[in-house]
Design a protein around this ligand. Structure first.
Ligand SMILES: NC(=O)c1ccc[n+]([C@@H]2O[C@H](COP(=O)([O-])OP(=O)(O)OC[C@H]3O[C@@H](n4cnc5c(N)ncnc54)[C@H](O)[C@@H]3O)[C@@H](O)[C@H]2O)c1
Ligand SMILES: [Zn+2]
Length: 461
């Protein structure tokens, strides 16, 4: 089944979004390519290992010269330090306006390649093949390109639009749940801002995963995103003023989607504080978040002063005020005289945050979400599902975990819950080695504790 959405972002510039589940990736061999001389594929290293061969077979059917450039998916790659390497690659191979660049990977690759395309010769033709949920519903449909400087994430950016975006849901099967959760957080946010139906579809998908439903979710989330963005590019920032601050003060150890979920929860209680929202509505939304296993936890040691300091640099703030995106209920965004922001005084927000830390129940010490995101070498994980995964190179990974985490893979114990959570994407998950044999190490989930210690028996969910 192929779903297509076309949208005009800027005058005369049409983007086509394709959502499909074709296991052969046929679209890749059949897209319009007459007008391009050669293909420049910038590809995530992990994605290349898993999907590279299959995609190359499809691309070859166009009978064009193909150049591949592999990139490590880390924040360091979408940075001012790495950007010149990609530009050098384009330049050395005399990449020009009659060639096609294909960004193939998650948000990191999409941001790096979109920024590079927008600046090299003032705009190379770009197609995006997005391989993570964040890539499919957020990074690829934003038109916002980003690069990190040495000190600041996403400080550099341009608006630049790909010609086509290809979202095949089969790619998502090999991405770790830890990363998918970041995408579900943004989808949930779009539901809260603009569509109860999207929330219902998402809940339905979690109780009964169905590929057609997943495609519909991706399509609807993209449509809502486009609608909101066309009204005001910052109006989709629900939970982001608080969330970005949490990301920054955790030194980006908490991932974006996780930070946005807890940032959204803070916004809901803020709405209540200023009389825009009732407690029952908050509880209803919290329950929905729990069903999706989003991150509802906040670390106890959060420093409110530092958080405020970061919030004052938010794109929506002025020198005196904070401007928050709030909702009054599901699909009821706050708006005043056409402006989608709630203007408020930073001192008031600071006092509110201090109060929030005293009454919100899911505040925990050493929050398992606050862990370095690059610690787990996903490149070594060849297959992942909720309950087990297989590591490709046992020796290397045992050594890796020992060096980096002081963690003995051979002997996982209670204290390794944080590690287990990270691998499975399930809060409070606890793994044990099921067997370790030759080149294969299989680890299974034996127990599932909530971070506050209660046992949750329902392993399938
Ligand atoms: N420009 C925007 O509007 C926008 C929006 C949202 C996020 N972003 C940016 O996107 C980045 C996060 O994106 P992300 O979550 O996609 O992370 P990512 O690109 O870092 O990918 C996450 C991990 O998954 C691996 N991976 C990717 N696809 C895979 C697949 N199909 N199978 C197995 N492994 C796979 C990658 O190698 C990486 O280890 C951040 O830098 C964020 O700032 C930008
Ligand atoms: Zn976001």
């Amino acid at each position: 089944m192929i779903k297509k959405i076309s949208t005009t972002y800027v005058k005369n510039d049409e983007i086509e979004f394709i959502v499909d589940d074709d296991p052969e990736f046929g679209w890749i061999s059949s897209f319009e390519s007459q007008k391009f001389d050669r293909f420049f594929v910038v590809i995530d290293k992990n994605v290349k290992k898993i999907w590279g061969e299959q995609i190359n077979l499809q691309l070859k059917k166009h009978n064009k010269e193909i150049f591949f450039f592999e990139v490590e998916a880390s924040e360091k790659s979408k940075s001012t330090l790495f950007y010149p390497e990609l530009i050098d690659f384009f330049e050395k191979n005399r990449c020009g306006l009659s060639d096609l660049v294909i960004a193939f990977g998650g948000g990191v690759i999409i941001d790096l390649v979109s920024f590079s395309c927008s600046t090299y010769m003032r705009g190379l033709p770009l197609y995006i093949i997005a391989t993570t949920l964040i890539g499919q519903i957020d990074a690829s449909s934003a038109g916002k390109t980003c690069l990190n400087t040495q000190n600041t994430k996403n400080l550099l950016g341009t608006f630049y639009y790909p010609l086509k975006v290809y979202n095949n849901i089969n790619f998502l099967k090999t991405n770790a749940p830890y990363y998918s959760r970041q995408g579900w957080s943004e989808i949930f946010k779009y539901g809260l801002l603009g569509s109860r139906k999207l929330l219902e579809m998402t809940a339905e998908y979690f109780s009964n995963p169905d590929k057609n439903l997943l495609m519909e979710i991706i399509e609807l989330a993209t449509r809502i995103r486009i609608d909101i963005k066309n009204k005001n590019p910052l109006a989709s920032n629900l939970g982001h003023t608080f969330g970005h601050a949490l990301e920054k003060i955790s030194n980006f150890e908490i991932l974006h989607g996780d930070a946005i979920t807890i940032g959204t929860i803070i916004s809901l209680y803020f709405s209540k504080k200023v009389g825009l929202m009732q407690e029952e509505k908050i509880n209803d939304i919290l329950n929905k978040m729990k069903e999706l296993k989003l991150n509802i936890f906040l670390d106890k040691n959060i420093d409110i002063d530092s958080m405020l300091e970061v919030m004052m640099h938010d794109k929506k703030s002025s020198s005196k005020n904070l401007n928050l995106v709030l909702i009054k209920g599901i699909a009821e965004p706050y708006e005043k005289e056409g402006c989608p922001f709630y203007k408020t005084d930073p001192e008031f927000v600071k006092n509110f945050l201090k109060e929030f830390m005293t009454f919100y129940p899911d505040i925990i010490a050493n929050c398992p979400f606050v862990l370095k995101k690059d610690v787990i070498p996903y490149s070594m994980i060849t297959s992942v599902n909720h309950l087990s995964f297989t590591v490709a190179d046992v020796e290397k990974s045992v050594e890796f975990y020992k060096n980096l985490l002081g963690l003995d893979l051979m002997n996982l114990s209670e204290r390794d819950i944080a590690f287990s959570e990270k691998v499975t994407g399930i809060p409070g998950a606890h793994l044990k080695i099921a067997y370790l044999n030759g080149n294969n190490c299989s680890i299974e989930l034996i127990q599932y504790l909530s971070p506050r210690g209660e046992k949750i028996n329902d392993l399938q969910k």
